[in-house]
Design a protein around this ligand. Sequence first.
Ligand SMILES: [Zn+2]
Length: 135
Amino acid sequence: MGFSVDMLRGGGGVVDHQLARRSLINEVKKGRISKDSVCDAHPELIRAAKNIGEPSKTVCPICEEVNVALVTYVFGHGLPKNGKVLLDRRDVEKLQRTPYDYAAYVVEACPSCKWHHLLRVLPIAGRRPRSRAAQ
Ligand SMILES: [Zn+2]
């Protein structure tokens, strides 16, 4: 089973990802939701978090042992269906030079307990045709 955007917890039409994250963490702390059911990140996400994830200052809210890593997946024209992991600023600039719009999904993942949650979705707007577009 490959990784897909459906596996990014906190997506699926949720507007306020931080609020969804907080209430989910609360439910786990209160014992209403088991840790196992929220610490189920796909192996590809954990691999990305370990190898190319951006270290964060946020301690994992579930195991509180290590800091979560941020992984950004981008989806859109010409990219793999399962998204492409954004590595650095130059990747973003490359997308901005295309005429297409993309969406970047910033996910936090804990390499230790496998907690994961979508933090935010950022639009990456492609270059719009200007007055010279007719050329
Ligand atoms: Zn953890």
